[in-house]
Design a protein around this ligand. Structure first.
Ligand code: ADP
Ligand code: MG
Length: 212
């Protein structure tokens, strides 16, 4: 059997050491199948059930790329709901514990806009949010994605079910063309195929059925 230890990956040492501290000893299947390609900079479609560890798959990918000294938005993670965005931000903060001064900001609908404007003025490295509110901040010129190097669509099937297609198109239109894009989805209906071929470049498709 192939080794599925995180240490076989080209992860920066502080991230690797922190995984040991967190008690993440082995990669889950979706992680071991997607992380090598993600860390090479490829676009990846990851299909796997709830609980399979998708957050750390894309989270380690974006954190490994991040330059904390450059205080610009470098990664954007889009989620269907505030609850999911909060969960993702929590897991990212855990994975990023070894990176000092990292700023992860959540921007979700259903929350007052005023404090978000203030937070955006202070800046962030990573933004996690729901498509409608992110689109709104972009349209109003409060958010700039010029330095983005990683775009993640988490639970893409649910985002489309919730009617976020137009917001997604608007957001993707403001992302640099040379970014890396990762798309995670539990299911892979035609609508997801269509959006994937539109926004990902020669993606690798990883599909796992196990949650371990
Ligand atoms: P998904 O997004 O696929 O539903 P999550 O990313 O939320 O799954 O992960 C599910 C749980 O598994 C989380 O509590 C996370 O902290 C934990 N987890 C993820 N990867 C590992 C790992 N390699 N070792 C141990 N726990 C892990
Ligand atoms: Mg998830």
């Amino acid at each position: 059997m192939q080794s599925s230890k995180f240490s076989i990956l080209t992860l920066k040492k502080p991230l690797l050491d922190n995984l040991t501290t967190l008690g993440y000893s082995e990669m889950t299947e979706i992680q071991s199948q997607s992380l090598p390609s993600i860390l090479k900079g490829k676009d990846v479609i990851g299909q796997g059930k709830t609980g399979s560890g998708k957050t750390a798959a894309f989270g380690l990918g974006l954190l490994n790329k991040l330059d904390v000294k450059k205080f610009r938005v470098q990664s954007l993670v889009l989620c269907p709901t505030r609850e999911l965005a909060d969960q993702v931000a929590k897991e990212l903060r855990k994975l990023a514990r070894a990176i000092h001064n990292i700023k992860i900001l959540t921007l979700c609908g259903g929350m007052p806009v005023g404090p978000q404007i203030g937070s955006l003025e202070h800046g962030a490295h990573i933004i996690v949010g729901t498509p409608g509110r992110i689109e709104d901040h972009l349209q109003k010129g409060r958010l700039n994605l010029m330095n983005l190097n990683m775009l993640v669509l988490d639970e893409a099937d649910r985002m489309l079910e919730m009617g976020f297609q137009n917001s997604l198109d608007a957001i993707v239109g403001q992302c640099p063309d040379d970014r890396q894009t990762l798309l995670f989805s539990a299911t892979f209906p035609d609508k997801i195929k269509a959006i994937s071929s539109k926004i990902l470049k020669q993606p690798e498709h990883v599909k796992v059925t196990s949650v371990h």
